[in-house]
Ligand binder design. Structure first.
Ligand SMILES: N[C@@H](CCC(=O)N[C@@H](CS)C(=O)NCC(=O)O)C(=O)O
Length: 307
């Protein structure tokens, strides 16, 4: 019999509509670990209660409780899990592959996460002509509960401004870049950091899936077959079914592919991308993918100090 103190259960606080929770959830399952899911509904501001903020001062999900300890920040949690449960390792042993993993996760945290949050909030607040829904207008008032002024303002802007604003166009540009980066990484192997599934795959999956739920798969389905193949491969894993498919009934009211198609999210997204660069000093950019391999062409020989 297992003594009660030996049961070191993982408790994941958050919910299935959060990309950051999903990436941690995928990691736990890929590690073959069991977890208890405790719903903290950010749409009901359960992340802003005094009890929750006492554990997670940013009032963000996820929080992981393990063995009586509190862990926050999704990427930090994922790395903890990888060290704490080393088998199977989700970090490649090859230094270059693990560097690729680090860079993909850094870009996700620093650029792509806020971009998906903007596009998601903006689109779930709109009708087919891009107009704010009545429910969204009511929700705007509730943002005053968000304690940190910068985050409060970002949240208001994502609802008020829409994808045709500079902020929206920047977000769409970043997400296109994310797909290009995924495509470039897949040139080197079937998974994002090489031959086997890694933390990078777990981290990026919820973002690509969110774009699919928003009906924006044209970002890859026409001209980036490697991304399409990777997405199919990831979708076939039991962890995907457990994290996404199983929770579909809970998330449909918010992210619903058929509804996004009807409401024209992709049209607005594509319009935002096509407008980039059409004005002077445009803050939005369509960046090229990360380059992993050096080629002769990229090297400017005239700058060679040994010449
Ligand atoms: N850097 C944090 C970001 C977490 C985050 O943005 N969580 C979102 C859900 S994906 C959240 O809690 N949103 C609620 C809010 O902003 O009020 C992490 O990686 O854990």
């Amino acid at each position: 019999m297992v003594a009660i103190e030996e049961i070191k259960m993982l408790e994941l606080l958050g919910g299935p509509t959060s990309t950051c929770c999903c990436k941690v959830h995928l990691t736990i399952l890929e590690k073959g670990q069991e977890l208890v899911e405790r719903v903290i509904d950010v749409h009901k501001h359960q992340n802003l209660t005094a009890d929750y903020i006492a554990m997670n001062r940013d009032g963000m999900v996820p929080t992981l409780i393990h063995d009586g300890m509190v862990l926050v920040e999704s990427s930090v949690i994922m790395r903890y899990l990888d060290r704490r449960f080393p088998d199977p390792s989700l970090t490649p042993s090859d230094p270059l592959e693990s560097m690729r993993l680090d860079l993909l996760m850094k870009d996700l945290d620093e650029k792509f996460h806020s971009a998906i949050a903007f596009v998601s909030f903006s689109e779930v607040s709109r009708g087919s002509n891009g107009e704010l829904t009545d429910a969204a207008k009511i929700r705007l008032d509730s943002f005053s509960d968000i304690p940190e002024p910068k985050r409060r303002e970002q949240r208001r802007q994502s609802v008020l401004l829409g994808l045709s604003s500079d902020e929206g166009r920047c977000a769409c540009g970043f997400l296109e870049t994310m797909i290009k980066d995924i495509d470039a990484a897949l040139e080197l192997g079937p998974f994002l950091a090489g031959d086997s599934y890694s933390l990078a795959d777990a981290a990026l999956t919820p973002y690509v899936h969110r774009l699919w739920l928003l009906g924006c798969e044209e970002l890859w389905s026409k001209d980036r077959p490697r991304v399409e193949t990777w997405y199919k491969r990831i979708k076939a894993r039991p962890s995907f079914a457990e994290v996404f498919t199983k929770h579909e009934y809970q998330t449909r009211h918010r992210y619903n592919r058929e509804k996004s198609k009807l409401l024209g999210t992709w049209k607005r997204f594509r319009g935002a991308l096509e407008s980039i660069g059409n004005k002077v000093d445009d803050p939005a950019v369509r960046m090229p993918a990360r380059v992993w391999r050096s080629t002769e062409l990229q090297m400017d020989k005239s700058s060679d100090i040994n010449r």
